[in-house]
Design a protein around this ligand. Sequence first.
Ligand code: CO
Length: 302
Amino acid sequence: MDEEVLEKHRLAGRIARQALEYGLGLIEEGARLLDVAEETEQMILDKGALPAFPTNISIDSQAAHFTPRHNDGDLVFSRGNLVKLDIGVHIDGYLADNARTREVGTRNWTDLIKAADEAVATAVEVIRPGTPISMVGAAIERTIRSHGFRPIENLTGHSLRQYTLHAGKSIPNVENLRDERSMQEVEAWESYAIEPFSTNGSGRVQGKRMSNIYRIVDYRESGVKEADSLLEKVYQDFRTLPFSERWCYKLEGRAPYHLRRLVRKGIIMGYPILVEAAQGMVAQSEHTVVVTEDSCELTTVL
Ligand code: CO
């Protein structure tokens, strides 16, 4: 990784953390989800970067992949909500991904949040070139279980490459020795998003309802001019990174209709909202690192 690329990772990381901290400060009883999503994304743009994916705001037993639609202005935070805010930034495709959890007006889930925060910190401590990936998963699992909770086993951290959020290697949230991929090792100059999820539920998520988040899977013409020009604009800024219905609606008023058509044609895919299988409460904490010659550097810091 040359110095210029490393600097882009660092800058993306700093902006991602700034946007995350700013967004967490906006979360309060009665605040609109739409405002938190749009203001954090606007902050990223104002700093000269682009979102790497739509701001994810997942509440209570939702673990990930919810973002408001353009007309979701009536969605507000309620007292007692457990809110995961997950924010990504890219600079020329170099990625930073980070998340934290905030409870709205109550303190019922402090330890669940702490379990996720401590798990990511422990993972960062063990990551260096040569670390078996299973060891990172084991550190995460041990930390979360020591608080009396379960890690979510079918969500993982992931290696990052330019314009690629899931670049092939996964960082499991459990020891997972049966999976041969966890026998891989961390290598120098790789970048990873590490994202433990803690829950008082079953430790698995499932996705049944579609979210408002999409990704281009097969970039080609659909045969409808408006849809194709929309697709071209999305591809320019985000390539195959996730994007939202909201962003498309700003570009094109008939976007919701076009998006459904593009899904049917297999040009884009929609992400399901991921919900804890036993309706358990879920906390998440996430950082991005760049692995160096002999240790790793957190990029998602202020
Ligand atoms: Co994330």
